[in-house]
Design a protein around this ligand. Structure first.
Ligand code: HEC
Length: 115
């Protein structure tokens, strides 16, 4: 390959990988605990019960509600996180399927059975 063509090939690769301007930048973090703490807890609270102010304003759901958790299949949680639901933002552009699956596990771990 001539030097000019090599340069062109490098530019094409650089542009294809991350040069695009998406509305939401992908989140690199892989640890669901950390994603929840940095992205989700501002509405859902660190324990998932919901920040009182956001509960009032946006109708944030109490994720610790074990009775509710039993009524929703994983597929619905995946869809709500990926596409959003009413005031819940969509994360399908920022997070990939693996990150979302890990977050569903995290959400499941928040359920608290009433004593
Ligand atoms: C801007 C506030 C906000 C942020 C940030 C947010 N949520 Fe939500 N979330 C909501 C609201 C509001 C609802 C209730 C939606 C409804 O049912 O009307 C909700 C509902 C949910 C539900 C229940 C969905 C269902 O099907 O009933 C899950 C699961 C959830 N959020 C997970 C997450 C995760 C994981 C994150 C972080 C990646 C996150 N949320 C970030 C506001 C937020």
């Amino acid at each position: 390959m001539s030097p000019a063509r090599t340069w062109l090939a490098v530019m094409v690769v650089l542009l294809a990988s991350g040069g695009g301007c998406k509305k939401t930048q992908p989140i690199a973090e892989r640890d669901a605990e950390k994603i929840f703490a940095t992205q989700c807890s501002k509405c859902h609270g660190p324990d998932g019960s919901g920040v009182p102010e956001q509960k009032k304003k946006l109708g944030v759901r109490d994720l610790t509600d074990a009775a509710w958790q039993k009524t929703v299949p994983d597929a619905q949680l995946i869809q709500s996180i990926t596409r959003g639901k009413k005031n819940m933002p969509s994360w399908g552009r920022a997070l990939d399927a693996e990150q979302i699956a890990a977050l569903v596990k995290k959400v499941r771990s928040l359920a608290k059975d009433p004593q």
